[in-house]
Design a protein around this ligand. Structure first.
Ligand code: HEC
Length: 283
């Protein structure tokens, strides 16, 4: 129930953003003689914005209880979001007391905090580099972000066939899609997927590999279930495995979960080899 309410955070959050940015815009416009009455409805907007911002922050707290987010990012987002709600309420009080200069300062500080909170929120739901992933290279350089090397350069320098299958292929994949929930910070279902030794321990429901019938391993069962099945992994709404990643995991489990063998030694079938050859960043 709490999570049901919590999820409204993702919807509600757009209202405070719109209202606070609108308030700030009105204040700026009101500086120009032509729009000097622009801030006339600020009181009304604040009366709406304060309770809605508070409600949004409260839903956010509920949502965070569900977990599944990178801890550090979540902490920052949570506190900046709370600060946004506090800033909005403070602004409303100052406005009501006709302390207009103080109100403006409070409002603009709140919008700055909101911007940071919003950016982190976006990073939480879409992944850290979502916004600028497809930015043109010169802009990325300007922002001091590493430009993704050309695919050819990567596969030449990190040809997966010379890598140990677990550390070179499987571990990076699990790190991307599973370890936020099954790692050192959190081990949902009592399961850690951040090392092979940990994987061998299994989870609350027992082992995730079936040495006798690898194809029936719990790990495979979970990732192959339909998306809307409650047992499906990663859970619905989280970043899913791509078809290629699924094929790689399936091949690895069905091959008997080799660890230190080089990929080339395992003689993968053509379909798997094609995926491995096309892999651009086995991080
Ligand atoms: C957003 C969090 C999250 C992500 C990401 C995630 N899982 Fe899970 N996983 C859970 C939760 C919660 C459970 C426990 C509830 C359940 O059993 O469904 C679980 C349980 C499991 C179990 C059963 C463990 C046991 O013994 O009960 C397996 C196997 C599993 N996950 C595999 C994976 C794999 C493989 C990935 C990546 C492809 C993955 N999970 C990604 C949240 C996550």
């Amino acid at each position: 129930m709490l999570l049901f309410i919590g999820r409204f955070h993702v919807l509600l959050v757009h209202l405070p953003i719109g209202m606070l940015v609108l308030l700030a815009t009105l204040e700026v416009l009101a500086r120009f003689p032509r729009f000097k009455r622009a801030d006339a409805s600020a009181g009304f907007i604040l009366a709406l914005a304060a309770p809605i911002t508070l409600l949004t922050a409260a839903c956010g707290w509920l949502l965070s209880l569900g977990g599944g987010y990178p801890e550090n990012l979540l902490e920052w987002h949570k506190w900046l979001g709370t600060a946004t709600a506090a800033g909005c309420i403070l602004s409303a009080i100052l406005y009501q007391q006709r302390k207009i200069t103080a109100y403006r300062i409070s409002l603009f500080v709140t919008v700055a905090i909101l911007t940071a909170a919003g950016h982190l929120g976006g990073s939480l739901t879409h992944g850290r580099d979502y916004l600028i992933r497809y930015a043109p290279a010169p802009l990325k350089n300007l922002l001091g972000l590493a430009v993704t090397p050309k695919a050819t350069a990567v596969s030449a320098s990190r040809n997966t066939s010379n890598l140990p299958v677990f550390s070179g292929v499987i571990a990076p994949l699990l790190a991307n899609k599973c370890v936020t929930c099954h790692g050192p910070d959190k081990s949902k279902g009592g399961l850690r997927l951040d090392s092979f030794a940990a994987m061998q321990q299994g989870g609350d429901d027992g082992l995730i590999f079936d040495p006798d019938v690898p194809a029936q391993s719990e790990l495979l069962r979970r990732i192959l279930l339909p998306l809307d099945d409650d047992d499906h992994m990663p859970p619905q709404g989280k970043s899913q495995l791509t078809t290629n990643e699924l094929a790689l995991l399936k091949w690895w489990v069905e091959t008997g979960t080799p660890v230190t063998n080089l990929v080339s030694e395992l003689n993968p079938p053509p379909a798997v080899r094609a995926i491995l050859n096309a892999q651009t960043s086995p991080k």
